[in-house]
Design a binder for this molecule. Structure first.
Ligand SMILES: Cc1cc2nc3c(=O)[nH]c(=O)nc-3n(C[C@H](O)[C@H](O)[C@H](O)COP(=O)(O)OP(=O)(O)OC[C@H]3O[C@@H](n4cnc5c(N)ncnc54)[C@H](O)[C@@H]3O)c2cc1C
Ligand code: SF4
Length: 797
């Protein structure tokens, strides 16, 4: 388990002429593993150092050597290039004293050497103002991953972050051999795949690494229990049998096998020789744009010069997705002073290039593998970047159904929500996003198969409406549109806001709402500069808008003392499943089409909506339950695969609470009614695809697997399948700060103000009172535009 913390020390250094110079040392200390740290007492340090004429925020790097018992010392050594370009070395030591623990551990006796010669010395002390940041920074694992998939720089003397121990590495290799069999196009597994898979694992946050390691250990323990041999020592067929058995072990088994397959499959099916054999492009040619002028209003955390920056605004908005983006544009254009704060980064068009699996790891929060706790794991992907989840969504646009709006009216929400009134804001959102049906040229062959099948079964079908005018079917919407055709918030609302004068700060997760009684007078965000040293930004504002999304907004409120009965409750996720269909004839280039192009309704039940999904092989393989020769048979013919799925409208029985490390912990129960709809929906989905020409369908359902006929498809409806037999995903979480006409009915009032506060608003998916049954981004944006009008009227913008 890796370990890291941040520390700031400052004080005077006295030069050889007796002059004192103020010095500040901002450090991040980290060690690959607690175990190795305990044994060798070595950690790597990086950070910045400023002191008199010698250094001005110079990047420094070195080691921390901890010998508290034997040597009674903590030694800090860091090297940097000074302002005169000479090599400097900072040598500091703390002498732990059990009689004076606090004083001795916060005093650093420091010497500064220039080219080996001492130029100044003095005592730096722990900066007590930074105690909060210091305490918050202690992590037994990497908390916030902000870097792309490049290995962090290693200090030559130290073990780098290595997520697996030798036994786990062997098990991982053996697991890879069980998952991947060589084929015509599929290359054999080798060390390159395993190393790349381990690099993917190292990128995931620590808690997921722990779960992964536990799953590997459990696999090995299972092998020892059953065969008295390590998993790595078993012949291939026994390893595969064990994997199959693990899948059948209820919810935990389903979750563990899903997670175990992910890194190896992503890594292997991203191998160039395989993709070349299929003709899949490398996506390495970025679209380059001239830097737009409005980007001058963007400040990443790394560029914050001061350790603490304070900014004043009329309105501060936390989050830049479907909720935050429209509010920012609307208020900035009304002439109000708007500050937008975003935890993720702003990505230029040229960043939306390169391997899709690598991009997924960078843009999807926690690599997209977070899931719910409950009777069946539901994977909940979210975007963490400017644009939020809109930057990685499929671009499908639905207006809020009239019956849903009517239900809200019946619950006491105002006239604005009557269908004829709410239409005004829906129109505005659709106009900004350029919503229109997908171009027939890029619907993909799957649309033809679905249309034929839906016709035969009596479904209503057609191209889905999308926010991507000018889309040329690059097929990568969920890892960021490379051409900018998809008008996600980073392309539409946020630039509009910045053009109108709003300021955008990125890489700055907000951790504190500065509450004084019923009023929130600002927010505090903490980020890091490029050396890992802390940077804090305080924004004071008349109005504070929380727009962190359905999973994060309730957690931020709860962690800042908001207590309301509905907070975190009422979560709906619109659970979804998908199947892979093999067609006898090639589907052309299934990766070169709109991934979610075609919709079907009117089959099974009004709560069931069929929509597609698709992606290149490295995004597809991890979602497939197949492995070994069966997987290879499919992946060798990847151009024959079509993908399609459906979602079930749910009623909000989930709950979000603050979990360890400030992350949302999501409880969700797939009820019997929804499970029945998954059974019937899967049967109809498979029948539709067989009728449309598919010859085999990999259902992804435990115990059903691959089916080859309409009879087998129909039989799914009658099988005793439970929720955990399905591989579920939830792309549309809503409702955890629901709007209610009274404090006992919701978290925010009809103006989106948190009940019991005067100026704290929530404007995002979390305020949507009920599940919608359709893709929600247009509803969230329309509600946000309405809420912004209210704020504008109140502030007189
Ligand atoms: C893969 C995928 C496909 C989807 N496809 C569709 C689709 O086709 N059509 C559709 O209508 N919907 C789709 N959705 C759903 C849609 O994108 C979301 O419902 C919508 O973006 C939610 O808006 P939001 O503002 O609530 O949250 P988000 O858009 O997720 O924005 C929240 C933002 O807040 C930031 N944030 C969180 N916490 C903090 C903090 N403490 N400090 C600072 N910033 C913070 C996050 O980084 C994020 O940028 C899809 C979603 C996913 C993940
Ligand atoms: S299909 Fe491609 S071009 Fe079209 S919106 Fe998606 S990513 Fe952009």
């Amino acid at each position: 388990m890796p370990i890291s913390f941040l520390e700031t020390m400052e004080g005077p250094l006295v030069d050889r002429d007796g002059r004192a110079h103020h010095a500040v040392l901002d450090l991040r200390c980290e060690s690959g593993r607690i175990a190795s740290f305990t044994l060798d007492g070595l950690a790597r340090i990086t950070g910045t150092f400023s002191a008199g004429p010698w250094a001005d925020a110079a990047a420094c790097e070195g080691t921390l050597e901890v010998r508290p018992v034997r040597g009674r010392r903590l030694g800090y050594t860091a090297e940097f290039r000074g302002t005169d370009n000479a090599r400097y070395r900072l040598v500091g030591v703390k002498h732990p004293n059990p009689l004076r623990p606090l004083a001795s551990m916060t005093t650093l006796h420091t010497r500064l050497l220039r080219e080996g010669e001492c130029v100044a010395e003095g005592i730096l002390r722990f900066e007590w103002n930074t105690l909060g940041a210091f305490l918050a920074s202690w992590r037994p694992w990497h908390g916030m991953q902000t870097q792309p998939m490049t290995a962090p720089p290693r200090h030559p003397d130290l073990p780098g972050p290595e997520p697996l121990d030798p036994l786990e590495r062997r098990t991982m290799h053996a697991l890879g051999e069980a998952l991947i069999a060589p084929g015509v196009k599929v290359p054999p597994l080798d060390d390159e795949t395993v190393e790349q898979a381990i690099a993917i694992l190292a990128f995931l946050p620590g808690h997921l690494q722990l779960v992964f390691r536990a799953a590997l250990r459990a696999l090995d323990a299972g092998a020892r229990l059953r065969h008295r041999q390590a998993f790595a020592a078993l012949p291939l067929d026994r390893r595969r049998n064990l994997l199959r058995d693990a899948e059948g072990l209820g919810t935990a088994g389903a979750a563990a096998t899903l997670l175990l397959g992910m890194p190896i499959k992503s890594a292997h099916f991203a191998r160039r020789e395989y993709l070349d054999a299929l003709g899949v492009p490398d996506y390495r040619n970025p679209v380059r744009e001239k830097e737009p002028r409005w980007l001058q209003n963007h400040t990443p955390a790394e560029a914050l010069g001061e350790r603490e920056t304070v900014v004043d605004a009329d309105v501060v908005i936390i989050g830049t997705g479907a909720g935050g983006g429209p509010v920012a544009a609307s208020l900035a254009e009304a002439g109000l002073g708007v500050v937008l704060l975003e935890e993720g980064h702003y990505h230029r068009r040229e960043d939306f290039a390169g391997d899709p699996a690598e991009r997924l790891l960078r843009f999807w929060r926690d690599g997209g593998v977070n899931s719910t706790i409950g009777n069946a794991p539901v994977v909940l992907p979210l975007g963490r970047m400017v644009g939020g989840s809109t930057a990685i969504n499929s671009g499908t646009c639905f207006r809020t159904p009239d019956d849903v709006l009517q239900r809200w009216r019946d619950e006491g929400l105002p006239e604005d929500f009557a269908p004829e009134n709410f239409a005004r804001w829906l129109d505005l959102a659709e106009a900004e996003l350029g919503v229109e049906p997908g171009d027939p040229a890029w619907l993909g062959r799957i649309a033809e198969a679905v249309a034929k099948g839906a016709d035969a079964l009596g479904g209503i079908h057609g191209p889905l409406r999308r926010n991507a005018p000018g889309c040329d079917g690059q097929g990568l919407c969920v890892v960021g549109c490379p051409t900018g055709a998809k008008r996600s918030s980073d392309v539409s609302w946020v630039p509009r806001a910045l053009k109108a004068g709003a300021a955008l700060f990125t890489g700055l997760p907000v951790t504190r709402l500065l509450m004084r009684g019923r009023r929130c007078h600002g927010v505090l965000a903490t980020g890091q500069d490029r050396h890992g040293a802390p940077r804090t930004l305080e924004v004071r504002a008349k109005i504070v808008v929380v727009a962190c999304g359905t999973l994060h907004s309730p957690v931020l409120l709860a962690r800042n003392g908001i207590r309301l009965p509905w907070l975190g409750r009422n979560l709906s996720v619109h659970p979804a499943v998908g199947v892979h269909a093999l067609f006898p004839e090639s589907q052309g280039q299934p990766w070169r089409a709109i991934p979610q192009s075609y919709g079907v309704e009117g089959l099974v039940d009004p709560r069931v909506r069929f929509e597609g999904f698709a992606g290149p092989p490295q995004l597809t393989a991890p979602s497939m339950t197949l492995f070994g020769e069966e997987l290879t048979r499919w992946m060798d013919r990847f151009d024959h695969i079509g993908q399609y799925g459906f979602m079930v409208c749910d009623d909000g029985n989930g709950r979000v609470v603050p979990g360890p490390d400030g992350r949302p912990l999501v409880h969700y129960h797939v009820d019997r009614e929804a499970t029945a709809l998954f059974r019937r929906g899967s049967a109809v989905l498979s029948e539709m695809l067989f009728t449309g020409g598919a010859s085999e369908i990999s259902t992804g359902i435990d115990g059903v697997g691959v089916i080859r006929s309409i009879d087998e498809a129909r039989a799914i409806a009658a099988r005793p399948l439970r929720a955990h037999h399905f591989r579920l995903m939830g792309f549309h979480p809503l409702g955890t700060c629901r709007m209610g006409s009274r404090p006992d009915r919701g978290v925010v009032d009809p103006d989106h103000r948190v009940w019991g506060t005067t100026n704290l608003h929530v404007i995002d998916g979390s305020t949507i009172p009920t599940g919608l049954g359709v893709n929600p981004q247009i509803t969230i944006m329309a509600a946000a535009l309405r809420a912004a009008e209210g704020i504008r009227d109140r502030l007189g913008g």
